[in-house]
Design a binder for this molecule. Structure first.
Ligand SMILES: *Cc1c(COP(=O)(O)O)cnc(C)c1O
Length: 490
């Protein structure tokens, strides 16, 4: 390819882009239309399929390189748009988001300074403002787009830690590091909270042991009685909690902690109240009362690459008082000199843990504009209804066990053909999951509940029907019968 053909901005480059995108689009559509969600290839088999030298001395040309992807990579990729791909919080990306992704990638704006992303900088702030309203946060709130819940949770706890160290020890952690008393600091969350809370504690120099897991109630929600006991015992032991994390949508059961009551506890004990709504935040589109209290959060993590159906990666962190971003603010002469702040130039890099940063806000923006809140909310509601119907189906089947009624659209179950003990059920369901991966007709997750291996559908796809669920259960049953016949389970 000539140099002109390699870049946009000339007739030759524009034509090359059109042709490459047409080729890529055809490949994507063939992938999306595949009958089964996975080819069933093992890691070893894939290594053999993907045998082209990655960096040859002389390239094969773009059409050939794209065709190789179409014939060797995409056919062995998991079919995220397939209705029977139902394992994880990995959504089918919606067309508005895919179109936005193509545009933001080609425009290649970088949100770390206004001069690298003028309209994008302003638009991201407008999207943040719309999210502020969606979640009912006050006018003082601000936010920033992130790579997802991991980064949002980390950043929220960083702000919480640094505010606390400033208040309690008059310590500026940004310059002076952690105070000697840091070993007494604690973060509270439920035992069902996402592991990224512990990961953040590690990255923040507090260590995973700083995270105190509070037991859950019968519905896998943080137990308020247990929280009160935990707060009392921490106090007695001289430990100092500074943050309380509520989860709106736990990974296994989609359970939503009692947010308003947690906000009360946070007020009483002067804790930073963070809500991890990476999964369940989309419920705000439907006015679901279960999110009541989220508007009292000091910070809130929401992912668009889950129940908002946007391509990976796309998340946001909202902070109740935008001034709290000061704990991580910094100025760099080449990006955002302090003099620019004074003259009102937007300065998003100071609110982010990233420097170069994608214009991911364009994806929810296009989806919001194109569909509006009602249509987006209807998509989410449909998947919740499907999960309820799937749970009924499991309940009615003799050989399946529904582990718990779903809260959002995750449904945890076990194949339990006869009264076998839990140990045998664990082995059987683990064997089923291995077989499912080799089979490829249904993508189902595994998890563990009370020590017993279980299977899980995360029914994110609004195109998945109850017939799809029944068909996936048939595949599970088939794999289970084979495992039993081969006496995998003694
Ligand atoms: C997905 C998820 C995370 C992690 O977010 P990423 O987007 O994968 O970084 C954290 N918490 C919850 C509740 C999640 O569902």
């Amino acid at each position: 390819m000539s140099t002109d053909e390699l870049f946009l901005g000339s007739d030759a480059g524009d034509a090359a882009y059109r042709e490459a995108m047409a080729r890529a689009t055809d490949a994507v559509l063939a992938f999306a239309d595949a009958e089964t969600p996975y080819s069933g290839r093992s890691p070893e088999a894939l290594d053999a399929v993907l045998d082209a030298p990655v960096l040859p001395d002389t390239g094969v040309g773009l059409p050939a390189a794209l065709d190789e992807v179409a014939t060797t990579v995409l056919p062995h990729s998991v079919g995220t748009s397939n209705p029977r791909c139902a394992a994880h919080l990995q959504c089918p990306p919606m067309v508005p988001g895919l179109a936005a992704e193509a545009m933001l990638t080609a425009a290649n704006q970088s949100l770390d300074s206004f001069d690298q992303a003028p309209a994008a900088t302003v638009l991201e702030q407008q999207v943040v403002e719309a999210l502020r309203e969606l979640f009912g946060l006050p006018a003082s709130a601000d936010g920033v787009f992130t790579s997802g819940g991991t980064q949002s949770n980390f950043q929220a706890l960083l702000l919480a830690r640094d505010r606390h160290c400033h208040r309690a020890f008059d310590r500026d952690v940004q310059t002076a590091g952690l105070p000697p008393a840091a070993s007494s600091l604690r973060i509270l969350c439920s035992e069902a909270a996402h592991f990224t809370g512990k990961q953040a504690a590690h990255h923040l120099g507090l260590g995973e042991d700083a995270v105190v897991s509070v037991p859950t109630d019968g519905d896998h929600r943080l137990s308020l009685d247990a929280l009160d006991e935990t707060l009392a015992s921490l106090d007695a032991a001289g430990a100092v909690p500074f943050a309380l994390v509520g989860t709106a949508g736990t990974t296994d059961f989609g359970s939503i902690d009692p947010l308003a009551a947690l906000a009360d506890r946070a007020d009483e004990h002067d804790l930073w109240f963070h809500v991890d709504a990476a999964y369940g935040g989309a419920l705000a589109l439907t006015d679901d009362a279960r999110l009541d209290g989220i508007e009292r959060a000091d910070s809130l993590a929401v992912d668009f690459h889950k129940l908002f159906y946007q391509p990976i990666s796309c998340g946001a962190l909202l902070v109740r008082d935008g001034d709290e971003f000061r704990w991580m603010a910094r100025n760099a002469a080449y990006l955002n000199p302090a003099s620019d702040d004074a003259s009102g130039v937007p300065n998003l890099v100071a609110k982010s843990v990233q420097t170069t940063r994608r214009f991911d806000a364009l994806k929810p923006y296009v989806a919001f504009r194109a569909l509006g809140r009602d249509r987006l909310g209807a998509l989410v509601s449909a998947t919740l209804d499907l999960a309820t119907a799937a749970a009924d189906l499991l309940d009615a089947a003799d050989d399946f066990e529904l582990v718990h009624e779903p809260t959002l659209n995750a449904v945890v179950f076990r194949y339990r053909p006869r009264l076998v003990d839990d140990h045998a059920v664990s082995r059987l369901n683990a064997a089923i999951r291995r077989r499912l991966l080799d089979d490829g007709r249904a993508i189902v997750a595994r998890t563990e509940v009370d020590g017993v291996t279980s299977l899980k559908f995360t029914l994110l796809n609004p195109r998945t029907t109850l017939d799809d669920v029944a068909a996936m259960l048939d595949v599970v049953r088939e794999c289970g019968e084979t495992a039993l016949a081969q006496e995998v389970v003694a």
